[in-house]
Design a protein. Structure first.
Length: 263
C-alpha cells in the first residue's frame, strides 16, 4: 500500500495549507523571508529546525550577493551565463539554461534541493521531503504518491504521481494559482526530474506554453528529455501525462475527459 502526501497550496493571507495524510514522516516548518518550507523526515531531531534556518539564511545571502553584482539575475526571463563560485547559483543557471527560462524560475526548487541534501548529509536522514511553495525535493526508501493541487479544476487533489524509491524533484507551475509568474493558463504543470532545481525550471517553461486545453498534447509531445522524466498537465477537467511515473486516481476521484499519452 502506498503512503500518500496530500498537499494543498492555496494562497490565503500569505499562508499555505499543508496536510500530511499518512503520518509516515515527522514534520516541521521553517520560514525566512520569501522561503516557507514544510519538511518531513523519518527521524526528527529538535536541532534540525535551527540548522535548516541557518542554511536558508545562507542561501539567501548567496542569492543577494549574486543579484547585487548581476541585477538581471532577479529579473531576466531568459537564461543568463556568468561566472559565479556558488553551487546553488551554478545549479540555477544550468537548469534554466536547459529549460530556456530566467534564473529565478528555479529558485524555489534549488532551495528545496539544498535543504534536502543538507538534512541527508548532516543528520543521517534516510527519507526526506522538502516542500517549498509547491516545489518538492523527495528522497524516499519506500514508494509514495504525491498528489497535485490544480486550483479550481475538478481534478485538484484527486490525482497523484506514484514515486518509486529514489531521489526526485517534483515541481508544479500554475497559471491560475499562486503569485509566481506564468504566461500560460494551465491549472497545473507538474514535472519530475532527478532534482527539484531542474524540475522547477522546466515546470515554468512548459507552463508558459499551455494557453488552453488543446495545447496539452503538443506540449507533452516535446516534454521529455534526458533531464525530464515525467510531465503531468491539467487544464480544467482535461489531463495529460507522459513519462515513467504512473498516474494514481485518489479517493473521491471520478473519470474525466483526458488525454493519456503515458509511455
Amino acid at each position: 500500500m502506498f503512503a500518500r502526501w496530500v498537499w494543498s497550496f492555496l494562497p490565503m493571507s500569505n499562508r499555505f495549507y499543508r496536510n500530511w495524510s499518512s503520518g509516515r514522516l515527522q514534520s516541521f516548518t521553517v520560514r525566512f523571508r520569501e522561503t516557507d518550507l514544510w519538511i518531513g523526515v523519518d527521524s526528527f531531531r529538535p536541532e534540525m529546525e535551527e540548522a535548516v534556518y541557518k542554511e536558508i539564511v545562507s542561501c539567501h545571502a548567496e542569492l543577494n550577493r549574486c543579484s547585487t553584482k548581476y541585477p538581471a539575475f532577479l529579473t531576466s526571463l531568459r537564461p543568463l551565463a556568468f561566472p559565479w563560485q556558488s553551487e546553488i547559483i551554478e545549479q540555477m543557471i544550468e537548469a534554466t539554461r536547459l529549460a530556456g527560462v530566467g534564473p529565478m524560475a528555479a529558485v524555489a526548487g534549488a532551495i528545496a534541493d539544498r535543504v534536502g541534501h543538507f538534512l541527508l548529509e548532516n543528520f543521517g536522514s534516510r527519507e526526506v521531503v522538502v516542500e517549498n511553495g509547491g516545489d518538492i525535493f523527495v528522497r524516499n526508501e519506500r514508494p509514495l504518491v504525491v498528489s497535485v493541487y490544480a486550483g479550481a479544476s475538478k481534478l485538484s487533489g484527486r490525482v497523484g504521481l506514484e514515486m518509486p524509491p529514489g531521489e526526485w524533484g517534483v515541481c508544479t507551475s500554475s497559471g491560475t494559482v499562486g503569485h509566481s509568474l506564468s504566461f500560460g493558463q494551465a491549472d497545473a504543470v507538474t514535472v519530475i526530474s532527478s532534482t527539484a532545481t531542474v524540475a522547477d525550471a522546466f515546470a515554468t517553461a512548459y507552463g508558459n506554453l499551455v494557453k488552453r486545453a488543446e495545447d496539452i498534447e503538443k506540449v507533452l509531445a516535446l516534454a521529455l528529455n534526458e533531464k525530464v522524466e515525467t510531465v503531468l498537465i491539467i487544464v480544467g477537467d482535461r489531463l495529460g501525462l507522459i513519462g515513467r511515473h504512473s498516474l494514481r486516481f485518489l479517493e473521491g476521484a471520478r473519470s474525466y475527459q483526458s488525454l493519456d499519452l503515458k509511455t
